[in-house]
Write a protein that binds this ligand. Structure first.
Ligand code: ADP
Ligand code: MG
Length: 392
């Protein structure tokens, strides 16, 4: 369970606190698009400020590959944050070294500084101890609130924790509590719903959840590989030939814990305007492809979801970007929303689907970290979490 120290365990008055946040947000023409991730870090930032700390924020943005690339600058994020918290936010064009040190030195209690993109330095993704030390030199304390990056052992997520007292922020705590509880001690029945494009991304997750969950419901593109492994012709459906053996193994291991769609929606082309047919699962006609789960499957899955104590969902049930093939995904989203179960949704596209279905406020916990939440569901240790101090 969650046993890490948090910001509430720190004496913050007059301290400088380096906070790793996940400010990896979309930037267009120098302004921030969806700011969900910035807002998610506000409780920690505000708590630190209210308790007399100065806050130094660091994050990666995009994949600048260890080089300065202006389109990945965090400056627009600093400006946006300033509006959200309604106070000035300083910006340092370097995240380590003399420029950053001077900017950090100048901070007074209640001040906020944003450092430039950690990934402008190769030392970040290499977890270079030198970079970690230089980051640590800026502050008295370290807080990791970047759940979305906690599955990476980078200088700003893991290395730095070797050189400063290191604790979790509120977002990190919340994410780990919900996901950790679901895995370790779920209210039963515990139902996992997995979909999305590819089975290969999620083999470890399926395998771990087959052990933990009462049932694993499969939809989306990954179901096709299972269908093919069962011997069905699946036409032009997205399939991963190289995962067929694994799919067969999982079908064997899973037995009747693993549920596949009983009907599907097929299309004669990969587009919204394609001709569309619902069919009970069987041989898919040549030239056609599966783009969604069918209504009977939505019903069957819906009944299972209704009875659940815990539901974890990752991966859309179909190509929900096409409105005519979105009914399976939205149907499952609504079933989860109406269920009394503790519900947890993770994954960029799944979260978008829940929002588009208009049911986001009826989900118990929407995870901010796609990759990190998958690694939790896979039962892996997150290096960014492991590096933090345990509660005594
Ligand atoms: P998440 O971001 O929630 O983890 P993924 O990225 O794994 O989800 O998968 C989402 C993608 O899977 C969507 O773009 C969706 O169009 C695609 N997808 C779902 N079902 C199918 C299908 N039957 N055929 C092709 N693509 C599919
Ligand atoms: Mg995705």
């Amino acid at each position: 369970m969650f046993n890490k120290k948090t910001v509430e365990d720190l004496d913050l008055q007059g301290k400088k606190v380096l906070v790793r946040v996940d400010f990896n947000v979309p930037i267009k023409d120098g302004t921030v698009g969806d700011d969900t991730r910035i807002r998610a870090a506000l409780p920690t930032i505000e708590y630190l400020l209210e308790h007399g700390a100065a806050v130094i924020l660091c994050s990666h943005l995009g994949r600048p590959k260890g080089k300065v690339q202006p389109e990945f600058s965090l400056r627009p994020v600093a400006d946006h944050l300033s509006k959200l918290i309604d106070k000035p936010v300083a910006f340092s064009e370097e995240c380590i070294g003399p420029v950053a040190e001077q900017a950090a030195e100048a901070l007074k209690p209640g001040d906020v500084l944003v450092l430039e993109n950690t990934r402008f330095y190769a030392g970040e993704t290499n977890n270079d101890p030198e970079m970690a030390k230089q980051l640590a030199a800026l502050a008295d304390l370290y807080v990791n609130d970047a759940f979305g990056s906690a599955h990476r052992a980078h200088a700003s997520t893991e290395g730095v924790a070797n050189y400063l007292p290191a604790v979790a922020g509120f977002l990190m705590e919340k994410e780990i509590r919900y996901l950790g509880q679901a895995i370790a001690n779920p209210a039963r029945p515990f139902i996992a719903i997995l979909g999305g494009a590819k089975i290969s991304d999620k083999i470890g997750v399926i395998r771990n959840l087959l052990k933990k969950a009462d049932q694993v419901l499969i939809g989306g593109g990954m179901a096709n590989t299972f269908f093919k492994a069962q011997g069905y012709p699946i036409g032009e459906s997205l399939v991963e030939e190289e995962a067929l053996d694994t799919a067969r193994e999982l079908l064997d291991e899973g037995g009747n814990h693993l549920r596949l769609p009983v009907d599907v929606v097929i299309a004669d082309r990969f587009e919204n305007e394609a001709e569309r047919r619902v069919m009970s699962m069987g041989p898919v006609p040549e030239g056609w492809r599966i783009l969604d789960i069918g209504p009977e499957t939505v019903d069957t899955f819906g009944k299972i979801i209704e009875e659940a104590g815990t539901v974890v969902w990752n991966g859309p049930m179909g190509v929900f970007e096409f409105p005519r093939f979105s009914e399976g995904t939205f149907g499952v989203a609504r079933a989860i929303a109406h269920s009394q179960a503790t519900s947890i949704v993770g994954g960029g596209d799944s979260v978008a689907a829940v929002q588009e279905a208009g049911v986001a406020d009826q989900i118990t916990h929407i995870s901010t970290g796609g990759g990190a939440s998958l690694e939790m569901l896979e039962g892996l240790v997150l290096p960014g979490l492991a590096a933090l101090q345990d509660k005594e």
